[in-house]
Design a protein around this ligand. Structure first.
Ligand code: ZN
Length: 351
């Protein structure tokens, strides 16, 4: 009996120990489960947070890359613009050099195998100036205008310059008795028309034509003194070696004027043609297309405005001057007389 009791007590103890052990085990399993639960809940959040952080960083990186690309694009554009501007500047400089080289060449050197024809119009502007300019434009011809000082023709002075023709000066008063009375009055006349033209165009003229030509016989002052004055003031004077004879008191028919010019040009290498832009010279305007078309049909004629590259053509040479006319045209006294007579009689204010 006692042994049975002892065995029962021992069995109870054992049973209690087992229960306690199970309880601890269940507790451990519970803890483990809670731990695992917390762990598996936390991990995705942490991963998400980490990924979001990475995404944010990548976004920032993309933004900075975008900025870099933008800057690179701007840089490329800037460099392209710079290189284009540089290229344009180089081309411009090259063109300038070519232009300068050409400027240094005389017309003769520029066109060695051509006949050079310089159409010159004295006494303008007039009511025909626009028409003359239109005809020149239509035929792509540049010419030279030796003008007077006339109010009311601002557009015509500007057109002459803007359309590539040469604007030279002729006279302020166009009254021979006044112009040639003395050296002082000659200087006054030249300065007067020069300042007038400069006030209209902003350009100081450098080419001059004597009223009546340098060979006129009406001047009282010394021709050499007048020429020296012109040279000292940097003017170059041009007479003519072909006359259209449109200054004749009797108005010539257009066909006669055209024939005079075409025959006068003949085989001359350089022909400076005297014509007039005047209200009384309608037939000169009509003759102009005939002259240009006839000479152009020869095939070797080039029409040029008088410039610094043009060989000076004169009737009276400046003494002790470096100007040399190797093949001087004989002065046609009759032509000069016609020009003098006509211009002496002409009233500059008639228009
Ligand atoms: Zn004149």
């Amino acid at each position: 009996m006692a042994e049975e009791n002892i065995q029962t007590i021992e069995e109870d103890k054992l049973s209690e120990e087992r229960i306690a052990f199970r309880k601890r085990r269940v507790k451990r399993i519970k803890r483990l489960l809670i731990f695992l639960l917390i762990f598996f809940l936390l991990i995705p959040n942490l991963v998400c947070a980490f990924l979001l952080y990475k995404l944010y960083k990548m976004d920032q990186h993309i933004d900075s890359l975008k900025e870099e690309i933008k800057i690179s694009k701007e840089e490329i554009e800037r460099r392209t613009r710079e290189s284009a501007a540089k290229k344009a500047e180089e081309q411009e400089n090259e063109a300038k050099v070519v232009e300068l080289e050409q400027q240094n060449l005389s017309d003769d050197e520029k066109y060695p195998d051509k006949q050079l024809v310089y159409l010159t119009f004295d006494d303008g502007p007039s009511k025909y100036t626009d028409e003359i300019l239109d005809i020149l434009n239509e035929h792509d011809v540049k010419a030279t205008f030796f003008v007077l000082a006339k109010e009311g023709y601002d557009d015509q002075y500007s057109r002459i310059v803007n359309e590539g023709h040469t604007l030279g000066i002729h006279s302020f008063s166009h009254k021979y008795s006044t112009i040639y009375a003395s050296l002082d009055s000659f200087m006054e006349d030249v300065n007067g028309v020069s300042q007038f033209v400069e006030s209209k165009t902003g350009l100081r003229p450098t080419f001059y034509r004597f009223p009546g030509g340098s060979s006129n016989s009406v001047h009282k002052a010394s021709m050499q003194d007048m020429i020296h004055f012109l040279t000292s003031e940097n003017y170059v004077y041009y007479d003519w070696n072909v006359s259209s004879e449109d200054a004749s008191p009797k108005m010539l028919d257009a066909s006669v004027i055209a024939r005079n010019v075409v025959n006068g040009v003949g085989n001359k290498h350089e022909a400076v043609v005297l014509m007039h832009d005047s209200a009384s010279k309608r037939s000169t305007v009509e003759a102009l297309p005939l002259i240009i078309e006839n000479l152009q049909s020869k095939g070797n004629v080039v029409f040029l405005p008088i410039t610094d590259s043009t060989k000076q053509v004169y009737h009276v040479k400046e003494k002790d001057a470096p100007v040399v006319d190797e093949d001087p045209e004989p002065v046609d006294e009759e032509e000069t007389t016609i020009e003098e007579k006509s211009e002496t009689e002409a009233d500059p204010n008639e228009e």
